[in-house]
Write a protein that binds this ligand. Structure first.
Ligand SMILES: C[S@@+](CC[C@H](N)C(=O)[O-])C[C@H]1O[C@@H](n2cnc3c(N)ncnc32)[C@H](O)[C@@H]1O
Length: 275
């Protein structure tokens, strides 16, 4: 057995142990990506091998939390992929406006930027007070950050450009207050978002959603886990509801693909068929 194959065995044993001890199951995450993340964590840890780390990881929950944060990729942006938000504004919001009240689920919301971008969009389109958002993630540390709604001030120029590219015409600076090196988001953007822990591997659906966004999360999963997530989203969505994936993700070749039509080719915004 080569040294690399031995590492694969150690990783399999470690993931099995974590599942049994903490109930977090990463065995259906894509092999190459989880190996890369774990190897990076190991290089920054005091341990030389996964076997060495394993006994401490299974006994020390704080150490497991640091590993969890190493496994999850929390990269996100305000108005990430501005063309996606432009399509939402032009093609999706007009449908949503026909409902008295809408419910939206952001699955894998990281530090909340996607949900806050959506709140800006909905408020600008006259839907203030007519929506509730559920923004969930497996990583509770990143959720705590999300709930604060505080971002580095250095990002604001880039976020302003994204906002403008997405079709925003207001002054982006009106949505936050600058304080030293931080930007504090306006309270009216936060008040209708509920941040909560939810694990796509194990937890149940959210009922009666008009829209589910799960962008740039399933790229880290094996096909069987992608199918599980899509079933979960399908069970959560009302007929006529919208499912939004990341630009590198697709419903093609997925069982659920037959129940949906892509709104604009390449947009990765899918509408659930009636019946
Ligand atoms: C790259 S971020 C995507 C953030 C946002 N959706 C976007 O596109 O900007 C991926 C997020 O998925 C979360 N995640 C990973 N596995 C998950 C799981 N099993 N259940 C829920 N969230 C998960 C990670 O913690 C991370 O915050």
């Amino acid at each position: 057995m080569t040294a690399d194959e031995l590492v694969d065995v150690e990783i399999r044993l470690l993931l099995e142990g974590l599942q049994q001890v903490y109930g977090y199951d990463f065995r259906d995450y894509a092999d190459a990506s989880i190996k890369r993340r774990l190897t990076q964590w190991l290089a920054e840890s005091p341990f030389e091998t996964f076997s060495q780390a394993q006994s401490r990881l299974l006994r020390e929950p704080e150490l497991f939390v640091s590993l969890l944060q190493g496994i999850t990729v929390n990269v996100t942006d305000m108005f990430r992929d501005p063309s996606f938000f432009r399509t939402l504004r032009e093609q999706v919001i007009p449908f949503l406006k026909t409902y008295p009240f809408v419910k939206i689920w952001h699955a894998g919301c990281a530090s909340g930027e996607e949900a806050y971008s959506m709140a800006i969009l909905l408020n600008e389109e006259g839907m203030a007070g007519r929506y509730r958002m559920y923004a969930t993630d497996i990583d509770e540390a990143v959720l705590a950050k999300a709930a604060q709604g505080v971002m580095p001030i250095t990002e604001m120029q880039r976020y302003t450009r994204n906002y403008q590219k997405s079709g925003g015409t207001a002054s982006f600076a009106d949505y936050y207050t600058a304080r030293y090196d931080r930007a504090i988001l306006a309270a009216n953007l936060k008040k209708d978002i509920v941040f909560a822990p939810h694990n796509l591997v194990a937890d149940a659906e959210f009922g009666e959603m008009n829209m589910v966004l799960c962008r740039n999360v399933m790229i880290y999963f094996k096909p069987a886990l992608k199918e599980r997530c899509l079933r979960l989203f399908d069970n959560s969505l009302l007929p006529g509801g919208f499912l939004c994936l990341g630009l590198k993700e697709t419903l093609e070749r997925r069982k659920m693909g037959d129940h949906y039509d892509e709104l604009v080719p390449g947009s990765r915004i899918y509408r659930k068929r009636y019946g």
